[in-house]
Every structure is written in C-alpha cells, then in structure tokens.
Design a protein. Structure first.
Length: 249
C-alpha cells in the first residue's frame, strides 16, 4: 500500500528507522535526514557534489556505524558499506589510492569508520571537489583517471576534531546518551539490521515518495548554503523544509 501524503511517509520513516537513534539535538537529526536523502537527490538532479557526513559517537554501542550502514542498505540493498580507515599512520598517498580503487569499482558510498584524532585530510577535500580524480591504481604503477559523479563520503568517530578546510565541507551528526552502556537500552526495534532488511523496500519507497512530492511541487529550494555545496544544500534545504523538517543549519 502506498502513502497518502509525504507526512505519512515521514512518519513511517520516523517509526521504523529513526525512533531508536540517539541524536543530541534537533539539528543532528535533521542532518541525518539529509544523509538519507542525499543518494536519491544526487541521482535525479545535477547536484552531484555533497559534503562529508561525520557521525560523532561519544561512546561505544550508540549505533553510529549502524546508522551509516542503514543508509547504504536502504539505497543500495546491502548492509555494511565499504569501509576505510583514516588515522595519522596512513598518509595521503595510501588513502588516495584506496579511494581511487573504490571509484573505479563504482562504489557509491564509503565510510571512514572510527576516525582517530582529527578530520583534516587533503585527500578527502580533493575527492569532494574533483569530478575526475587522477592517481595511481591501488597496488600498481598504473595511472588512472576515474569519473566521480556522486560517491558519498561519510565517517564515524569519537572526539573527532574537524580542522583546516573540513568544517565548511562537513555535515556533523552528533549522538548522545546518558547511559554508560547505550547498547543495553530498550529498543522499539531490537535487531536493527534485520529490521531494516525486512522493511528495506518500503523504507526506500517512503524516501522516493517524499522526493517525488517535492518534485511535483516544483522542487522548491532554500537559501541555506553549506560550504561550497550550493546546489546540494539549497536543494536539500528546500526538500527538508517542504517535508516539514525545517531547514539545514
């Protein structure tokens, strides 16, 4: 059965996906909505460039990685999106080669899980701005140039400092819990992975329905701008406002 209105679709997503997530503030929840809609917006518009999405996890068991994986599952039908590590021990060359490898294979999303220290990597800036990044293929001397139409980069980490050029290129989602062990809290939907798997088709339908209704209304845009991502942020802000979810900070 379809949805009677975009409000019905949003309520379904709230009840079946977001209800057990521990957002610190309303803006953090809003930014997660933006992450959910980004793969769809990129595919149906020319707004390919999107910011880096960073999920701050103050303690283990709060569900940060599962939240990122849920976006990947709903949009692409698989749990556990491809992951990379981003630490002070990995240089720009290593990270660049690995990212190029993901692009060459057509990977639509990459998660830098458990970022240590700070987020200020020049390679991430390069891949967010260059539509045709060039470099050595991973594990070889072959030089490749790979189209980068809409790969979404995101990450999770504890006490991550966003530095240098990254603050204006990053949408932050801060999680919070007063519990010492958040994983022990009662959940409306225990077994989150299995729950999302079972409802994947309807969750995706709800997201698509919302975007469809926004498009039928003329795809209104907002005046909000996130860093250099004018097209993405004004479209996303317009979509979220149309859906009654306010606008991006």
């Amino acid at each position: 059965m379809g949805f009677g209105s975009s409000a019905d679709a949003i309520q379904y997503l709230e009840d079946e996906l977001l209800c057990d997530m521990l957002f610190k503030a309303p803006k953090d929840k809003l930014n997660y909505w933006a992450l959910l809609f980004t793969p769809i917006i990129q595919k149906i518009t020319d707004y390919h460039r999107a910011p880096f999405f960073l999920v701050h996890k103050p303690k283990r068991g709060i569900g940060a990685t599962a939240m990122a994986d849920a976006v990947y599952l709903i949009n692409y039908g698989e749990w556990s999106m491809p992951q990379m590590t981003l630490t002070s021990k990995r240089d720009e060359y290593q990270v660049s080669n690995e990212l190029l490898g993901h692009l060459e294979r057509g990977t639509p999303m990459v998660n830098f899980d458990d970022i240590q220290g700070s987020l200020s990597h020049k390679t991430i800036v390069k891949f967010q701005t260059d539509m045709n990044p060039r470099g050595r293929a991973l594990g070889s001397q072959r030089i490749i140039e790979v189209p980068n139409p809409y790969t979404v980069l995101c990450g999770t980490g504890k006490n991550v400092m966003v530095r240098d050029d990254m603050p204006r290129r990053t949408v932050e989602i801060v999680l919070h819990s007063e519990l010492e062990y958040p994983s022990t809290r009662p959940l409306k939907h225990p077994g989150f992975k299995e729950h999302v798997f079972a409802r994947r088709a309807r969750l995706l339908s709800a997201l698509l329905y919302c975007v469809q209704q926004w498009g039928l209304a003329g795809a209104p845009r907002s005046e909000n701008k996130v860093g250099e991502y004018y097209d993405w942020s004004t479209a996303m802000g317009g979509l979220l406002k149309f859906l009654g979810l306010d606008i991006l900070d």
